[in-house]
Ligand binder design. Structure first.
Ligand SMILES: NC(=O)c1ccc[n+]([C@@H]2O[C@H](COP(=O)([O-])OP(=O)(O)OC[C@H]3O[C@@H](n4cnc5c(N)ncnc54)[C@H](OP(=O)(O)O)[C@@H]3O)[C@@H](O)[C@H]2O)c1
Length: 322
């Protein structure tokens, strides 16, 4: 009888020890996974020096000019007249505070009107516009025209839309407008490694931003870190591949699977992927639902593995010529 009790007690002790070991291992595994997730949420695959605070918590970046710019905005290429006015009004209602326009988009007047009508304090909105190479022979006129059409007091950032004859001289004139605080920050668009190497030594104010074509099928894997390493913020145009290409990208199998996993849309996955590479996004849309959806990109994080899966989609496939 006594022997039976002793064997039973030994059995209970052994079961207890085994259970203890199994449960401890489980807990350790859970902790490891939690750590991994925490690391992932902090992951930013960017290459900025310390003075560029690209911050996914505030949704803003401090530029090398000292000004703070939102990480997500709205692009307005191909939006004109009433459609543009309505799109900008919807965007401002949805909390968008970064607007990208250009002389070439023929919509600066509507954008200015939507901003003035919104009642939102001017200093809360960041407006980027661009002058076109055909204007480089008279940059003063081009800048005054942009100021007049927008009619919002000052321009947060002006870009040279493309490299071209007279670009350095035009930039020098833009630098004078920065002194007068009629333009606050300067930047470039469609500028790559060689063009930057040639351009930067010739100017006094380092551009705060370069805006280039960037999407999962055209990722600029060398150009993006190069620009970032100079303390210049990268902004991507055609985040969804641009009109005529969006359907293929937004239905890409890999992106669809990642979107399901996070219970978000493929558009949101693509925008988030950009942010986690340190790339500012300016998706274009005239649909109020899309505009709102495109702002909801801060409540989830892509893992390193998901970032890599999207990187694997790169085809070096440019969707426009410049
Ligand atoms: N610097 C340059 O040389 C340059 C060149 C091109 C573009 N850009 C700038 O980059 C911006 C973005 O480019 P983009 O507007 O041409 O192309 P995009 O952002 O790649 O795609 C715009 C298209 O995506 C659709 N879309 C937007 N949000 C969506 C969502 N959540 N779900 C499904 N579809 C969605 C839009 O349709 P809906 O209207 O129906 O939403 C529109 O047809 C331009 O607006 C412009 O400001 C600059």
């Amino acid at each position: 009888m006594k022997k039976g009790i002793i064997i039973f007690l030994i059995f209970i002790i052994i079961v207890g020890i085994v259970l203890f070991i199994v449960l401890t291992q489980d807990r350790e595994e859970q902790n490891m996974n939690q750590d991994k997730n925490q690391d992932t949420s902090k992951f930013i695959g960017s290459n900025y020096p310390d003075n560029i605070n690209f911050n996914l918590d505030t949704g803003t970046v401090i530029l090398n000019s000292g000004y703070e710019m939102p990480l997500n905005g709205i692009g307005t290429y191909s939006l004109t007249k009433e459609e543009c006015y309505q799109a900008i009004s919807s965007a401002l209602d949805a909390g968008v505070r970064l607007i990208d326009t250009a002389y070439m988009y023929h919509n600066e007047e509507e954008i200015g009107r939507a901003i003035r009508d919104s009642g939102i304090p001017r200093e809360e909105i960041f407006v980027i516009t661009k002058i076109y190479p055909t204007q480089y022979n008279n940059p003063e006129e081009a800048i005054e025209l942009a100021l007049e059409k927008l009619d919002i007091g000052y321009i947060d950032m002006m870009l040279l839309h493309h490299s071209g004859s007279g670009d350095v001289d035009a930039y020098h004139v833009m630098e004078k407008y920065v002194e007068q605080e009629k333009i606050l920050s300067l930047g470039l668009s469609n500028w790559y490694i060689e063009e930057l190497d040639e351009f930067l030594p010739q100017v006094n104010i380092t551009p705060a931003l370069v805006q280039n074509e960037i999407h999962p099928y055209y990722q600029e894997l060398e150009v993006v870190p190069y620009i970032q390493s100079k303390g210049i913020v990268v902004q991507g145009w055609y985040p969804f591949g641009g009109r005529g290409h969006t359907s293929e990208l937004l239905n890409d199998k890999t992106v669809v699977e990642i979107a399901h996993h996070h219970n978000v849309t493929t558009a949101q996955v693509i925008l988030r992927w950009n942010l986690q590479r340190g790339v500012v996004v300016i998706p274009g849309s005239s649909n109020p639902d899309h505009i709102k959806e495109n702002t909801e990109i801060y409540h989830f994080s892509l893992t390193d593995e998901e970032m890599q899966l999207i990187q694997n989609l790169n085809r070096n496939e440019k969707h426009d010529w410049y």
